[in-house]
Unconditional design. Structure first.
Length: 341
């Protein structure tokens, strides 16, 4: 009997799909208790061919291959949700490695408190697969680089505001209407906001359950990824003011700094010089501290470049989000009030 449905959006993943499948078929959960649903976004490489080969080689397993012409992740997940036979739903990403007990541990956690938890998951451990992505992984595993995303670094069982990739009771997903297809990125955070509000349940992180995620391995890929994160995070901030964390005010802080620096440049060039020297010195201390803590001496220059790319792309993406979706005054004000309590 199928109790668990696994949703896996894919697009042009021919380089990763077979390695991912090797991890998936090694799971210690009985193979007749879950189904695997791949949702292909009209891949232009050999992804679909590889998926069909996997299905042919594993006729004894419940494998579905669905199509999502719109190519959006939220749409893919909704397409898969409609076909789920299980009472519980797990999302997985092809750019990941899962330990043999991942599904069984997630399933136990889901079953433990179905009336209390609306989403459960483990710690997402970023893991490199070549020299550059290994440095990216080190940067993305530090809270002083990526902010308050506890699912990346927390070491204790606790309630969190979001996690990735996630696991749910199917009826909770249906209750809130699944994933919001107005979100091309940040769809997981937006879903979690609605789940918490509409089900009145909690999102629980258990860091003893780990999933290993493979990051981008090019600077161009990182720029695009984190620009989009910042851009769509502002849409989420406007729709769900309670989702804004303290780390999300970084773009606002930088904006105030730019305005202050511009004002001083016009009004008092000498004071602007002192202000700039102080600011650059503080930023240099911050960056060098991270570099020495995270990277080997020979890797510090590249490592600091990665950190700068990640943070600056996210900030610039946020500014683009301000222009497109509006400035989240209410959300920032709510964060300020919460900080005073």
């Amino acid at each position: 009997m199928i109790n668990l449905s696994i949703l896996i959006p894919v697009y042009n993943e021919e380089k990763f799909i077979n390695a991912f499948w090797d991890f998936l078929q090694e799971q210690d959960l009985p193979s007749d208790s879950y189904e695997v649903i791949f949702i292909d976004g009209n891949s232009t490489d050999h992804t679909l061919e590889e998926l069909n080969k996997i299905k042919e080689r594993n006729e004894n397993l419940a494998i579905k291959i669905l199509s999502n012409p719109k190519r959006m992740i939220a749409t893919s997940l909704n397409v898969g949700l409609k076909e789920c036979a299980g009472d519980y739903v797990v999302r997985l990403d092809v750019h990941s490695r899962i330990p043999v007990n991942y599904l069984s541990e997630i399933y136990l956690l889901l079953q433990s408190e179905p009336l209390k938890y609306c989403n459960v998951g483990g710690r997402t451990v970023t893991q490199g697969y070549d020299p550059y992505s290994t440095l990216v992984a080190k940067a993305l595993s530090n809270k002083w680089v990526i902010g308050g995303a506890k699912f990346r670094y927390s070491s204790k069982v606790e309630e969190v505001d979001t996690l990735f990739p996630g696991a749910w009771l199917k009826q909770d997903l249906l209750l809130v209407g699944g994933w919001n297809e107005e979100w091309k990125i940040n769809e997981d955070v937006e879903l979690n906001c609605r789940l918490r509000k509409e089900t009145l349940k909690k999102i629980i992180l258990n860091p003893s359950i780990e999933i290993f995620y493979f990051p981008r391995n090019t600077m161009r890929g990182l720029v695009k990824q984190y620009f989009n994160y910042g851009y769509w995070r502002i849409k989420t901030a406007n729709a769900h003011q309670e989702s804004i964390r303290l780390s999300h005010i970084l773009p606002l802080f930088v904006l105030f700094w730019l305005l202050a620096a511009g004002g001083l440049l016009v009004l008092d060039p000498e004071l602007f010089l002192y202000f700039s020297i102080l600011s650059i010195s503080l930023y240099a201390v911050y960056m060098l501290s991270l570099g020495m803590a995270l990277f080997k001496p020979k890797d510090i220059a590249i490592g600091l470049t990665i950190i700068f790319i990640v943070q600056s792309s996210w900030i610039i993406g946020s500014y683009a989000g301000y222009v497109k979706f509006g400035f989240p005054f209410t959300g920032y004000l709510a964060l300020f009030k919460r900080s005073l309590v």
